[in-house]
Design a protein around this ligand. Sequence first.
Ligand code: ZN
Length: 276
Amino acid sequence: MALLTLDAVILRSQHYRETSRIVTFYSREQGLIKGIAKGARGKRGRFSSTLEPMQRVRVTLSVRRNRELHTVTQADLLHPFARIREDLFRSTYAQAVLELVGRLMWQEHSSEDAYNLLLNILQAFEEGLGDPQLLFFVFHIHMAELLGYAVHLEGCAGCGGSLSEGGTFSFPRGNAFCGRCYPEEGAATSVSGTTVELIRHLGKTEGVAAAAALSPSREVRRQIGSLLQRHLEYHTETDLALRALRLAESLDSEYPSGNNSNPRELPYRHVKGVRK
Ligand SMILES: [Zn+2]
């Protein structure tokens, strides 16, 4: 048994039995790690408000080798990201970010870059720096890149020509071809010129700023979301139909204006990329 102190974001926190919680952390030092917090529930319970999802904590775990579940011995709040929860759309898409991390980073390997990316995107959500759905896409694109499955849309993968008229995106290759060059092999989908352009902007280091400046149509959003999801599903063989995204969709149809909370009215700030 060893004690490990980690800087971590809480991805999930589930009730367990009468008084405990099972908490999934994504940590800077150890990647994904699960702990049981005994006596964590109730107002007077230990860790009463510390172990809520989305919060950044410094947590100490008593770790046993070859166990999936370790014991939380101490948890201190570093940052609550409380303002994200004040807005339903923001919190739903931020939740989608957490869910994506939980599904993709299944190994306990740590990634400093992935952790920084997560913190930076939560910070952008908290400061209202962009349209929540576009912020989710920014995270998705950079996460794919970190995992080694970057999407390349600078030009046609065959002739290098412009994709402004759209083209065909190849999932195995992660790039797109114009109408003349597409080799007709492997899983693929057609993409519009606008979708190509937007993914390129959101994938730049200034992706967060792009998420604040752009306001694409619902159809383009649907195309972007579907392409990104299918691309990562193809490579990771992981189901990425996220619960939070289903919720976001139903919110969007109930409050259609909510998802488009006119980004231009948000305080526009140039953010130097989402990575440190
Ligand atoms: Zn071409």
